[in-house]
Write a new protein. Structure first.
Length: 316
């Protein structure tokens, strides 16, 4: 692993520690983390999605993006059944089945993956994020459907289909639409819409997603009782599955597909990310097991700083 990647990972860790310290020292109120998460999910990340797609259409990009969608579909089928197998083999109590399955299915595909991909591919960060957004399109829809169902198993879900139009989902599809229709605009119009102040505003706003996401992760970790980390061995089995086994399976599959090395790397990295902070956010909102979700995010995030360099080494 290069010195540059190591430095970038240390930068991400430092940002997490800043969020952790600010929360523990009461520089920020406990309500700030959830509000900041909401701001990222509803404002900065949609801006990142749209600005990433604001580029001239090319058949090559569309083909690469479609391949990413296909791999993503395989990945979510894989993790869905992996979650079922996990709770059966580990004999997880029915009360906790949903949150464990959620943490198996959903990796920190945006909050953590985008900064890591930027570190791994510094010379092609925009292209990497472009492909990653394609991979993550199902995440936005499944998080509010399958995810809420898992977290509230045995309860009235109160699910509302309008959640599918959440800003993250809407922005991903809007960005894709802008990408597809870009050839219809003459050069002056294209320059104004896709390269002018509108793009610059979205780009600058979207760029705040990475540092803000790391700080949010820090605030989530600060809310975990350290003693609770040693009371549930199943969390550590989950960490092995999420951080090592799933990316190994994905890497083995994409190695046989006609994809670029960067595309293979993106699929593998996203598959090897820690549990989604989304698990905590949705648990807070829909009455899921917030405590177990927080511990899962804490343990897998900390361990990921050992497994991510391993992934980088494997990917070359």
């Amino acid at each position: 692993m290069s010195v540059e990647i190591t430095n970038q990972l240390l930068l991400l860790l430092l940002l997490i520690l800043i969020g952790f310290g600010a929360q523990r020292l009461h520089f920020i109120d406990v309500s700030v983390g959830p509000k900041l998460s909401s701001f990222i999910s509803n404002v900065t990340m949609p801006a990142l999605y749209i600005s990433t797609f604001m580029r001239r259409f090319s058949p090559e990009d569309l083909k690469a993006g479609s391949m990413m969608l296909g791999v993503s579909a395989f990945y979510y089928v894989l993790t869905f059944f992996a979650g079922i197998l996990f709770v059966k083999l580990c004999r997880v109590d029915m009360k906790y089945e949903g949150v464990f399955r959620f943490m198996i299915v959903f990796s920190n595909a945006a909050f953590m993956a985008y900064p890591v991909l930027t570190a791994i591919y510094p010379g092609a960060a925009q292209d990497a994020i472009f492909l990653a957004v394609f991979f993550n399109i199902p995440f936005n829809a499944l998080g509010y459907t399958l995810g809420v169902w898992l977290l509230r198993r045995g309860k009235e879900t109160g699910f509302r289909w309008k959640l599918l139009l959440a800003p993250g989902s809407f922005a991903a599809f809007l960005g894709l639409f802008l990408f597809l229709i870009s050839p219809v605009f003459p050069a002056p119009v294209y320059t104004f819409l896709y390269e002018g102040f509108i793009y610059d505003t979205l780009y600058q706003l979207g760029n705040t997603t990475i540092p803000l996401s790391m700080i949010v992760i820090g605030t989530v970790l600060a809310g975990v009782n350290i003693r609770d980390l040693f009371l549930n061995w199943k969390i550590y089995v989950l960490a092995v599955v999420r951080l090592l086994i799933l990316p190994a399976i994905v890497f083995a599959v994409v190695s046989f597909l006609p994809m670029s090395d960067m595309a293979r790397g993106i699929c593998t990295v996203i598959a090897g990310m820690p549990c989604a902070v989304f698990a905590v956010i949705l648990s807070q909102e829909y009455g899921g097991d917030e405590k177990t979700a927080s511990i899962g995010v804490f343990v897998t995030t900390l361990l990921s700083f050992a497994t991510i360099p391993l992934l980088c080494t494997v990917l070359g």
